[in-house]
Design a protein around this ligand. Structure first.
Ligand SMILES: Nc1nc2c(c(=O)[nH]1)N[C@H]1C(S)=C(S)[C@@H](COP(=O)(O)O)O[C@H]1N2
Ligand SMILES: [Mo]
Length: 173
């Protein structure tokens, strides 16, 4: 009985661990130690650098990850993409509504309505086939949808939101 209870507690803790991420330490965002790949600004509830939240790869990898395999308009064949769902990252920062502007290195911009985001889609992909993506292959961060899984992911709007070389998110009202 003791053992069973211990096993159940261990199971519960095990299930909860992925929810309490290593990124938020006691409600405060940890600081990046590696190269900053993503900066979130605007109406955010957690910061680690002035008014912004900065992420290095390690911090992104510490968040709950999602993977799927799909072809894309911009790559050959089917590849596995891994990343943190945009909705998950926003939730970590205490963002539950408003608009998100996603900016690329070249100042390309796409807009998202937070309330209409799916929980797992799109992902901020940081790996393709388990490997980091260099800039020339649309990395290091690329907003990717599972295009092959449904025709609702094969629309011009979704394509236009597939921001590669993503480096900034701005949270607006
Ligand atoms: N960084 C970045 N991502 C981007 C774009 C861009 O110009 N820069 N174009 C978007 C748009 S509007 C579409 S339809 C698709 C396809 O762009 P393409 O016409 O260059 O293939 O990528 C999207 N992601
Ligand atoms: Mo487009």
């Amino acid at each position: 009985m003791r053992k069973l209870r211990w096993a159940i507690s261990a199971l519960i803790v095990g299930l909860m661990l992925p929810l309490t991420t290593a990124v938020l330490a006691e409600g405060a965002l940890v600081e990046p130690t590696g190269r900053v790949v993503l900066t979130v600004s605007g109406k955010i509830g957690a910061t680690n650098s002035g008014d912004t939240a900065q992420f290095d790869m390690e911090m992104l990898r510490a968040l709950p990850a999602q993977s799927f395999s799909t072809s894309t308009l911009w790559t050959e064949g089917v590849h596995e993409f891994t990343g943190v769902p945009l909705a998950v990252l926003l939730e970590e920062l205490g963002i539950s509504g408003g608009t998100v502007d996603a900016w690329a290195i070249n100042d390309y911009l796409a807009e998202f309505d937070v309330a209409r985001l799916e929980p797992d889609v799109p992902i901020i992909a940081y790996a393709m086939n388990g490997k980091p993506m260099p800039r020339r292959d649309k990395g290091p961060l690329w907003l990717v949808y599972p295009y092959d899984s449904s025709d609702r992911y094969r629309t011009e709007l979704v394509y236009s939101r597939s921001v590669w070389q993503l480096d900034r998110l701005e949270i607006l009202e």
